[in-house]
Design a protein. Structure first.
Length: 313
């Protein structure tokens, strides 16, 4: 609040937050079951040598013994001043996530547009002027991802993980043109991509949906498409897990999509038999021996409906 600054740790969760939240996004902070303020993200930076830079000291976790510092930073512009309890019905989307997860086990939750519209009418316009944090000199870096363990060097190079893949696919589908093509590929070309929003992990009693596509402004019905993401080859248990999520979502769930690295013929057929659409992800022209920027991987990402002649063991 003092500096209009948010920092995230030198862990893969910190990187995940850094790539998930984009410039122009709006964020509020949850603390003690209350929602504080609304900010707009003005810019992002990853700082080299941040363990020696203010304002946060490094943190050592007692259980793991690992020490983390805060290289991933968001610069925030105060928009609204508010201090509201989570029990307000306007926060139900986020509160449900917190309740079903059992607390704040992740750095952030993506709210839907209805929640943002509600928060934008709470409290009052901010008249708070943030201080400038004085840093004598520092260098920035662009974090990279790799499939080559020998190149790992956090926080600058991280091994590619499923959490990052989920974020890549969410951002990919967040492009209205790509989302329209996605609908066409899965046999739902009658849907208008502009009517939908693409949300990150959503908690259900059965577990956590990786990506939820839903009507941005439901009128009469609230259509949903559930997407499960696996960085590895698809398995039978993935299909059954997604089937449970679809059942939990009820009659307004229009489709379930499983995205994985590859499928055997048996697994792809099992998915179709269960009413689930099997897709593979690939990064066209991307070397698995090098390190890559998040934006580069997003540009090269392709999602393809699996056919029997493309299935592999």
């Amino acid at each position: 609040m003092r500096y209009g600054l948010a920092g995230f740790t030198s862990s893969v969760n910190g990187l995940w937050t850094f790539v998930e939240i984009q410039e122009g996004d709006y964020v509020s902070f949850l603390y003690g079951a209350r929602v504080f303020n609304l900010y707009r993200v003005m810019r992002k930076e990853a700082l080299r040598g941040a363990d020696k830079l203010p304002p946060w000291p490094s943190v050592t976790f007692r259980m793991s013994g690992k020490t983390y510092y805060f290289p991933f930073r968001l610069y925030l512009d105060p928009v609204r001043h508010l201090n509201e309890p989570m029990v307000r019905p306007e926060f139900s989307y986020v509160a449900e996530n917190l309740l079903l997860r059992g607390g704040y086990r992740k750095t952030h939750f993506q709210a839907d547009q209805i929640t943002l519209h509600a928060v934008s009418q709470m409290g009052e316009l901010s008249n708070h002027f943030t201080e400038q944090l004085e840093l004598n000199s520092y260098q920035t870096f662009d974090p990279r991802l790799t499939w080559n363990r020998n190149l790992e060097s956090s926080p600058e190079v991280f091994y590619f993980q499923e959490l990052i893949l989920q974020s890549l696919i969410r951002h990919y589908l967040g492009d209205v043109h790509k989302l329209q093509g996605f609908f066409l590929n899965i046999g739902l070309g009658n849907l208008e991509a502009s009517d939908f929003e693409v949300l990150g992990e959503k908690a259900l009693p059965e577990g956590h949906v990786d990506i939820l596509l839903k009507d941005a402004q439901p009128i009469g019905t609230s259509r949903r498409i559930i997407v499960e993401v696996k960085a590895r080859a698809a398995r039978v248990e993935d299909i059954m897990q997604l089937k449970d999520y679809m059942h939990e979502s009820g009659a307004e769930c229009m489709a379930g999509v499983l995205i994985a690295r590859k499928y055997s013929k048996k697994i792809s057929q099992k998915a179709r038999d269960e009413g689930i659409l099997p897709l593979v992800y690939l990064f066209e022209g991307t070397s698995t021996e090098d390190a890559h920027l998040f934006e580069e991987l997003k540009r090269n990402l392709q999602l393809e409906v699996i056919e029997h002649d493309r299935s592999r063991g």
